[in-house]
Structures are given as C-alpha cells and as structure tokens.
Design a protein around this ligand. Structure first.
Ligand code: HEM
Ligand SMILES: [Ca+2]
Ligand SMILES: [Ca+2]
Length: 296
C-alpha cells in the first residue's frame, strides 16, 4: 500500500516543500544530516519507522526521546521535522505523516553529503504511543559484544552484511567522549597517535560532557567509505567500530567496503530502503499526526 507517488494528488507540493526546508536547514546547521540519520535509525530499529521517537514526554508518559540512549540526539533534526511539518500543514492539512517526513529528510540529507540515493516509498502512518521503557535492549551500544550486536540486528531481520553496511553511517557525525573515553588507554586497537589525540580532545571530560569527536576523522562531513578504510588503521572511534574489523564474521565486509565504495553505496542504499519500511503502520493502525511531537 506504500507508493513512491503517494502524495502526488493529495499534496502536489510535497517534494518541493521537503527539498526547500531540508536544504535551508542543512546549510544553516550542517550537523543536521548526521543527526537526522541517527534519529531515523533510532526511530526505525526498535519498533518500526512510525515517528514514535518524535513524540515529547508528558506528565504521564516518559517518551522514547527521553530514554537515556536518545538524550544525545541533537535538536536540529527535530527542528527540521517541525519546520517541514508546519509548511506541509499549511499547504495540505492532515495529509502528510511525520514518519514519511523523517524518512524522506534522511534520504535527501544522505544524498546531499555525497551518499547514495534510494527510493523512499510513502504512506506510513504515525504511532499513537511512545514509551522510553520499551526501548530497553533494542538499540545498539558501543559496549555490546559483536555477538550481541549481530543478534540485535538479526532479531529485526537484518543480516550481518546489512549491519556492517548500515554501520557505514558513522562516516559522518560525531560521538561524545563518554561513548569511548574509557577505552582509549587500555584498548590496543587504537593507533597510538590517534589514541593520544583522543585523550587530548577529551581531557576536559567529564567536567564538560558536551565534548565530542568526529566519527570519521578523515572526512567527517562527507558520506563516503573512509569509515571502513579507517578501521584496519586503528582509526575507528567506538569499540563497536573496531569490533567490526576484529570479528571474522564482519571483517570480510569491512574489507569489501573499504576497497569498493560503489558496493558500499549499493548495499547501504538497499539496507536503508529495507530499514525505511521496517515495522511501518498503514491504514488504521496509525494516524496522521497534527503535530509531530504529540499524538492527536
Ligand atoms: C552497529 C551498532 C551501532 C552502535 C553501537 C552505534 C552507536 C553510536 C554512538 C554511541 C554514537 C554517538 C552518539 C553521541 O555521542 O551523540 C553514534 C553516532 C551516530 N550513529 Fe551510530 N551506532 C550504531 C549503528 C548505527 C547505524 C546502523 C546508523 C544509521 C544507519 C547509525 C548512525 C549514527 C550517526 C549518523 C551518528 C552521528 C550522530 C550525530 O553526529 O549527531 N549508527 N552511534
Ligand atoms: Ca519507531
Ligand atoms: Ca566520511
């Protein structure tokens, strides 16, 4: 029931409004793209691409976005969704879902940074619930073992190869020092000079918890395959990044994508397309929210 031209009759200006809003936001706040990509991943993997992560907490409900693992999500992608929704409600009231807006924005931003284009089928409905406690164990943490990570992705239907391809998202964006600092000294996977630089960059932590470092030190703002090329050199940032090169189940795919950017782009695009229809709600199983941060 999803289709590429879902809004062509009911909201002909959909594509144009999305493009204008996204371009504007990314130019004024260049960290939006990476934030949106992580936001989308955190919406989709636990319970489907239904915009559940966009809902704000109330006095009676602690929503997903206030779960510990989501507190580091930056405000810019949320702001982008609000702006797009506001413009779309003016042009075509009660028509476009917040989950479709997030899916399209993510795709367009990945493409804008040099990554692959892929089709986003439209017609998702938005969830009517969002609960922080429901996320328990459903999103990956850098401290998980490779077996735990593989199980987590496979429980949502993603193969080992798809997990490695999706992890290429760490070719952009950054991580806060607390996500990797405890490993810098005792993890021998780090290139020694890189470890030294990280220690210095994070020396003010934990007094300054906002300190952060680029995920891909080579090309932090470009969507390319340098993330994979970094891993064999000990230039991966998170323990889970190093882990992909250290485990025989994932290492061949890291080597493949490090050699062949086209193959990475093809596989990333396919996996993102699969992720973007994972667990979606159609028909009466969801709603078109009036505002993206609250259920109707
Ligand atoms: C394989 C398991 C994964 C683990 C353990 C993991 C963990 C993390 C952590 C800890 C951060 C740093 C967050 C912060 O400090 O603000 C991060 C950042 C990020 N992650 Fe992942 N991640 C994984 C997979 C993915 C996947 C599959 C995607 C998307 C398809 C993704 C997209 C991102 C992006 C774009 C950022 C940068 C966010 C920003 O700059 O605001 N990650 N990840
Ligand atoms: Ca969701
Ligand atoms: Ca890069």
């Amino acid at each position: 029931r999803l289709s590429l031209d879902y809004y062509s009759k009911t909201c002909p200006s959909f594509t144009k409004i999305m493009q204008d809003t996204i371009t504007n936001k990314q130019i004024t706040s260049p960290t939006t793209a990476a934030g949106a990509l992580r936001l989308f991943f955190h919406d989709c993997l636990p319970n489907g691409c239904d915009g559940s992560i966009l809902i704000s907490s109330t006095a009676f409900n602690k929503a997903e976005r206030d779960a510990d693992i989501n507190l580091s999500l930056p405000g810019d992608p949320f702001d982008l969704i609000v702006r797009a929704k506001t413009a779309l409600e003016l042009a075509c009231p009660n028509t476009v879902s917040c989950s479709d807006i997030l899916a399209v924005a993510t795709r367009d931003l990945v493409t804008m940074l040099g990554g692959p284009y892929y089709n986003v089928y439209l017609g998702r409905k938005d969830s009517r619930v969002s609960s922080a406690s429901s996320l328990e164990g459903k999103l990956p943490k850098p401290t998980m073992s490779m077996s735990q990570l593989i199980n987590l992705f496979s429980s949502s239907g993603f193969t080992v190869q798809e997990m490695v391809a999706l992890s290429g998202a760490h070719t952009i964006g950054f991580s806060h020092c607390k996500e990797f600092s405890s490993n810098i000294s005792n993890d021998t996977h780090y290139n020694p000079r890189f470890a030294q630089a990280l220690k210095q960059a994070c020396s003010g932590y934990p007094n300054n918890p906002t300190l952060s470092v680029f995920n891909d030190i080579m090309t932090p703002n470009k969507f390319d395959n340098l993330y994979y090329q970094n891993l064999p050199k000990g230039l991966g940032l998170l323990e889970s990044d190093h882990g992909l090169y250290g485990d025989p189940r994932t290492k061949p795919f890291v080597e493949l994508y490090a050699r062949d950017q086209n193959k990475f782009f093809q596989d990333f695009a396919k996996a993102m397309q699969k992720l973007s229809i994972y667990g979606i709600k159609t028909g009466r199983r969801g709603e078109i929210r009036h505002r993206c941060d609250a259920v109707n």
